[in-house]
Write a protein that binds this ligand. Structure first.
Ligand SMILES: Nc1ncnc2c1ncn2[C@@H]1O[C@H](COP(=O)(O)OP(=O)(O)O)[C@@H](O)[C@H]1O
Ligand SMILES: [Mg+2]
Length: 473
């Protein structure tokens, strides 16, 4: 496995503005705007690049910096959610140039995240507006959809630059170029299939081509279809971990990692949890953990710097790096072993159980008092809990009358749960004994009843007899 291998989406990013396919209009507008800045009188201080994913918004900023000698100061959405982070960058932006560095371009990439369901992050948008007001350097924002109401002030303060959705022909053009550069032999039909599937998202098209090419050999439509269909299938976590461990090739491990909707962090937890179950040779295990640890280092860097480009390395290390680490006992990874949920996820499902328990108690009480579960949760359960924490006798009676299970009792009382459960047992025993006694009394009574009926019958019979006798019937 080569760690130094650069993913194609990075390797084949256009270096110059002129290399971008079919974004000529955007490029012209960008040039005009940036020339305004260089002349010291920009039309507006910010620009908002908008358009579908994979149309070149982010990479064009990088090319722009390279071509005009700007230093790129980049923030991603998770950074500028916090106002103080925006202020930090604003300070950087408000000075014309660093002592040693040249002019800067401030990039706020993918601001879409700020317009969350139910209203935007007003504080963050305010902070961005302030940044635009004070900046002495060009500010560029990118968004897939800039038309959210919350972005209006940002739109008003920006030159709006549209990126067109790339056509299938545009995508094909880039894919063909990459095939030539990589000396790959590709069926035109295979490329057509990949381009069609990408719906104009060049990033996904390039990623697909790379995945298919890693199989080695000629790229045929057959292989492309087979691999990309497999990639579209979503596997459950157990299945995906197994397929990753069992992979024989780098491309296979990476491809398997795409067949899950787990995010990379969670996938890493799954791999971490189950690694020692699958790989047992100590040296092999050490190598695998080494790869995982390096993946974690990349992950940390991604979180800190927002350089999502590094994600490809992290994923390669945690999948292929792990899968290809067994050397002493290479067969071990094909053994069938039982996997487990990672600890954190196990804990989460436990709290889910707790929630389910709470809800079922509320349901039971609700039935008894004819109230909704929500109402019981809010108005009744807190008092029941107080009773359960303070009055064992009363709690036990309630538990019996509602027929609560032991886990339910423990949920209602952290401290006295065991005491209450013991008392419930005693009371139930007493009740049973009482019922038994009552039962046998009843039996006696019934026996007595029978007797008296018999007596009565006899009496009536004898009465009849005497009557008969008397009347001589
Ligand atoms: N118009 C284009 N011409 C050539 N390559 C492009 C173009 N648009 C995107 N790409 C390629 O696709 C990848 C994704 O582009 P990116 O700039 O990240 O898209 P966006 O930011 O719009 O989602 C880049 O690595 C680049 O190689
Ligand atoms: Mg982007």
């Amino acid at each position: 496995m080569s760690v130094s291998k650069v993913p194609w989406v990075i390797k084949y990013r256009p270096k110059k503005l002129s290399e971008f396919v079919n974004q000529g209009e955007a490029v012209e507008k960008i040039k005009t705007w940036i020339k305004g800045w260089l002349a010291g009188k920009p039309e507006k201080k910010a620009a908002l690049f908008y358009g579908p994913p994979g149309s070149g918004k982010t990479s064009i900023v990088e090319a722009l910096c390279r071509e005009y000698g700007f230093q790129l100061v980049e923030m991603n959405a998770s950074d500028y959610r916090r106002e103080q982070d925006i202020e930090r960058v604003a300070k950087l932006a408000s000075v014309q140039r660093g002592l040693f560095a040249g002019r800067r371009i401030i990039l706020l990439d993918e601001i879409d995240g700020l317009a969350l369901a139910g209203g935007a992050d007003a504080g963050a948008i305010e902070a961005i507006l302030e940044l635009i007001e004070t900046t002495k350097n060009p500010v560029i924002m990118t968004a897939n959809n800039p038309w959210d109401l919350a972005f209006r002030p940002l739109r008003d303060h920006s030159v709006m630059i549209e990126f067109k959705r790339l056509s299938k022909g545009d995508v094909l053009e880039v894919l063909r170029r990459i095939c030539v550069a990589e000396k790959l032999s590709c069926d035109e039909k295979a490329l057509d299939f990949i381009a069609e599937k990408s719906e104009g998202d060049l990033r996904s098209a390039i990623n697909d081509l790379e995945a298919v090419a890693e199989g080695g050999g000629k790229i045929t439509e057959e292989i492309a279809k087979q691999l990309l269909r497999a990639r579209d299938r979503v596997l459950d976590p157990f299945e995906v971990v197994r397929k990753i461990f069992w992979s024989k090739y780098v491309w296979q491990a990476k491809l398997n990692a795409t067949q899950t909707d787990l995010d990379p962090d969670t996938l890493m937890e799954w791999i971490n949890e189950n690694l020692p179950r699958q790989i047992t040779d100590p040296e092999d295990l050490w190598r695998a953990y080494e790869a995982l640890a390096r993946a974690d280092v990349y992950r940390g860097r991604i979180v800190r710097s927002g350089s999502w480009d590094l994600l490809a390395y992290a994923i390669e290390l945690m999948t292929a790096g792990v899968a290809l680490s067994p050397k002493n006992d290479p067969k071990a990874k094909f053994r069938w072993v039982k996997y487990q949920f990672p600890d954190r996820i196990r804990l989460m499902s436990q709290t889910k159980e707790v929630r389910a328990l709470r809800d079922s108690i509320a349901g039971i009480i609700g039935e008894h008092i004819h109230a909704s579960r929500a109402k019981v949760l809010k108005d009744v359960l807190p008092y029941i809990k107080i009773i359960f924490e303070n009055n064992v006798e009363e709690a036990a009676k309630i538990a019996i009358s509602l027929n609560l299970t032991d886990p339910m009792i423990k949920y209602l009382s952290q401290n006295k749960g065991d005491e209450i459960i013991a008392r419930v047992r005693e009371l139930r025993k007493a009740i049973r004994a009482e019922a038994k006694r009552a039962g046998s009394k009843r039996e006696d009574a019934q026996k007595n009843n029978k007797k008296s009926e018999e007596v009565k019958k006899q009496q009536t019979k004898s009465g009849l007899d005497s009557f008969v006798k008397k009347t001589k019937l």
